[in-house]
Design a protein around this ligand. Structure first.
Ligand code: MN
Length: 736
């Protein structure tokens, strides 16, 4: 045994904490026994391992088990699985031993978890992993819920990891785990995912918001108290059992508002929400919530458009609550959320709590519908992993519309869904053969976006079939995947003619079929043989013309050494490309994988124009070139999440002498020429920076300017943005 006394005490104290959390003494004897045996096995099995932080490894599965209970609300079987989740993957214990010791239920979940984990070691596109995540999701949701707990604990303790690994984990998390947590109703976990990701990718902005929240905390608390006081009086009079809380929104969601709405921290009116949680029996829930709504709106004037009734129609992730925004003291807007204890438990713990109240076998359950959608996507053998993830992500849409069939059945679709999406949601066959769609009794184009409350009817005809253009008219993953697979089938059928024609031709000129086809596919730069067959069938490729580019030797096609399409010898073209490359300024301060960047053929990505000091990563493109992107690049998450194996570590060496050009957009109130003068004064005199160019344009009391600055590093840039922001008349500064 390699546990020291201190190690043992540390593990023991976490175990005690877990036992308190699951109320161990009140569990049935069988469950107690199962948990104790899981603990004993984990304790033994992990004894040789340490975490990156140096702590004994076994504290990780125990903490994961605590999260699984405390924040997701899982039961004893799942808790045991959480304790065992890394045993098969990381220790000599085998899956068979787990099955034998704990039975098939635990065995199956642990197996699912092992498979999910093991995949991250394989050099394969992460998209394939997500596909695996989702197959286990429809198999037994608990696998994915435990995976969420695992991911959360790893993120909470990510500090010990090297930075490039942190980035990879952050990208994966915000690309798939955070939306998935949202879809499963795990709001708290989703928020924490997003906050930790932001802390990794945008530490300065994270700190900025965090500090602001801290400074304004007392003022906020006083305001909430003032807001709540008159409400309490009224609620007490009604004799209700309730609780009122007022909590600030998450750092990442506040930052998102600042970014997307282009407002300052001070201008965000809904920094916090008031939550009234009522303890009442289930049969009275709806009435009581509306009663409380009536109290709130008697005291404060509501903004009617902001009323959201998720009680009558819960969100498809199970969320139930009544939201309103009212005008509080000093004319400030305040969001008030009204819900019962049960609804609150669902809002905080998500799926597991929803399950507890509804029962899993409810056919009309919104989760069941969603699982059906995923099963549909999974069964679609044609879709490749990346297409699949994109399709799946559309099923994670945050906002929904509620539309109706002529019989009055409700269909929930993501916001932005079209009439054609509706047809596919009804039934695949209805989608395939849809010829005309009526919304509220009026004939509409099939690509028409639906609104909540629309009544939709679809006319079908057997002769109708999907075409390429349909893909542009749908947004749901199901419709997209179905249309695509029908297109592929169509292509394959047509391609058969092309294949026969090609076979005949090659036979006539006595060329070996296998060699000949592959040679042509390569020559025409196509992805596969079916593509070639299809193009021949469509007469887009003329075999006789193409064959002119080849000689035939010993029954094989040999490309003639001639010219490329542009009419220039191939080599010359390549040379030219290398020339343009070398014109780019050298990035001597950059290290890729710890080596000077000059060792590699590389350039700065033009989508995000990184400067010295920005957090960056290197990305190996399909053409084997390396591009340097900012971690906050809009394309970064997609790249890292789907092609993580192409990401290389990149960092700036500290010594620097080079300069970077950065464009800033400055928006403000136009109060005469004074603004421009103040701005140039601050930039060139106070900050000592060079202005490359400066353009400004005013309209209706506002101005919008673009300034190109020469800076040495990100710190200098950050300082410049801060200073410009403080200039009188300037309301917003963003980096372009
Ligand atoms: Mn783990």
């Amino acid at each position: 045994m390699v546990y020291s006394k201190a190690d043992h005490e540390m593990i023991e104290s976490i175990w005690q904490r877990l036992k308190r959390e699951v109320e161990f003494d009140r569990l049935e004897e069988g469950d107690q026994d199962m948990l104790q045996r899981a603990y004993d096995l984990g304790y033994q099995a992990h004894h040789k391992q340490r975490r990156k932080s140096g702590e004994p490894y076994f504290i990780h599965p125990l903490e994961v088990a605590i999260i699984a209970k405390k924040e997701i609300g899982l039961g004893p079987t799942a808790i045991a699985c959480a304790i065992l989740h890394d045993v098969v993957e990381d220790t000599p214990v085998t899956q068979e031993e787990i099955n034998e010791m704990f039975g098939p239920k635990v065995g199956k979940i642990v197996d699912g978890l092992t498979k999910l984990d093991g995949l991250y070691n394989v050099e394969s596109p992460q998209a394939a992993n997500f596909k695996k995540v989702l197959s286990t999701l429809v198999d037994d949701v608990r696998v994915v819920l435990i995976k969420m707990a695992d991911r959360l604990h790893n993120l909470r303790t990510i500090g010990a990891m090297p930075q490039h690994k942190q980035l990879k984990i952050a990208a994966e998390t915000s690309y798939i785990y955070a939306p998935l947590a949202h879809r499963l109703g795990l709001y708290n976990i989703r928020t924490e995912f997003q906050d930790i990701c932001m802390k990794i990718t945008e530490p300065q902005n994270y700190k900025f918001v965090k500090d602001k929240l801290k400074v304004t905390k007392d003022e906020r608390r006083a305001y909430i108290a003032e807001f709540v006081r008159p409400l309490r009086e009224e609620l007490d009079e009604l004799g209700l059992k309730y609780e009122v809380t007022g909590r600030a929104k998450s750092i990442s969601s506040i930052w998102n508002k600042i970014k997307t709405k282009k407002v300052t921290f001070e201008e965000i009116y809904d920094l916090f929400a008031i939550r009234i949680i009522i303890d009442t029996e289930q049969s009275k829930e709806k009435a009581v919530c509306w009663q409380v709504y009536s109290v709130v709106t008697d005291v404060y004037r509501p903004i009617p458009e902001r009323l959201k009734d998720w009680i009558t129609t819960p969100k498809s992730n199970g969320y139930e609550s009544l939201h309103t925004t009212v005008i509080g003291p000093d004319g400030r807007y305040v969001e008030v959320q009204i819900r019962t204890t049960r609804m609150n438990e669902i809002a905080e713990k998500g799926f597991a709590a929803h399950w507890k109240y509804k029962g899993i076998n409810n056919q009309h359950d919104s989760f069941e519908n969603w699982f059906d959608t995923i099963r549909d996507l999974l069964e679609n053998a044609n879709s490749d992993a990346i297409e699949f993830v994109t399709d799946f992500k559309t099923s994670l849409f945050r906002e929904e519309v509620y539309v109706y069939t002529p019989k009055g059945d409700m269909i929930v679709l993501p916001k932005g869904a079209t009439a054609l999406d509706f047809a596919f949601a009804i039934h695949t066959e209805v989608g395939y053969h849809a010829t005309a769609i009526k919304v509220n009794n009026k004939l509409v184009p099939m690509g028409q976006k639906l609104k909540s409350g629309d009544q939709v009817s679809v006319t079908t005809a057997k002769v109708q079939k999907p075409s390429e253009s349909w893909l542009k008219m749908v947004v749901t993953g199901k419709a997209r995947a179905k249309i695509r697979s029908s297109m592929k089938e169509e292509r394959r059928k047509k391609g058969e003619f092309g294949m026969e024609a090609l076979m005949r031709k090659l036979k006539n000129i006595k060329v070996d079929y296998e060699q000949g086809v592959d040679c042509l596919v390569k020559y025409l730069k196509l992805k596969s043989r079916p593509d070639l067959y299809y193009l021949i069938a469509q007469e887009e490729v003329n075999i006789n013309e193409v064959l002119k580019a080849f000689d035939i030797e010993h029954g094989k096609l040999i490309p003639k050494k001639v010219e490329t399409q542009e009419g220039k010898p191939a080599e010359e073209v390549t040379d030219k490309r290398t020339d343009t490359k070398s014109l780019q300024k050298p990035l001597t301060n950059l290290l890729i994988n710890g080596e000077p960047a000059d060792t590699y053929k590389h350039s700065l990505a033009t989508c995000c124009n990184p400067v010295q000091g920005d957090k960056v990563f290197a990305y190996l493109t399909a053409n084997q070139e390396i591009k340097i992107h900012r971690v906050t690049c809009p394309n970064a998450t997609h790249m890292i999440a789907n092609y993580g194996y192409r990401v290389l570590k990149a960092e700036w060496s500290t010594a620097t002498s080079s300069n970077f050009v950065v464009d800033l957009q400055i928006i403000g109130v136009d109060d005469g020429p004074g603004v421009i003068q103040r701005m140039t004064q601050i930039i060139s005199n106070d900050l000592g920076l060079n202005i490359r160019s400066f353009s400004i344009e005013g309209k209706e009391g506002f101005f919008m300017g673009k300034v190109s600055l020469v800076v040495k590093n990100a710190d200098q840039l950050f300082l410049a943005i801060q200073k410009i922001n403080k200039i009188k008349g300037v309301t917003n500064v963003v980096r372009l």
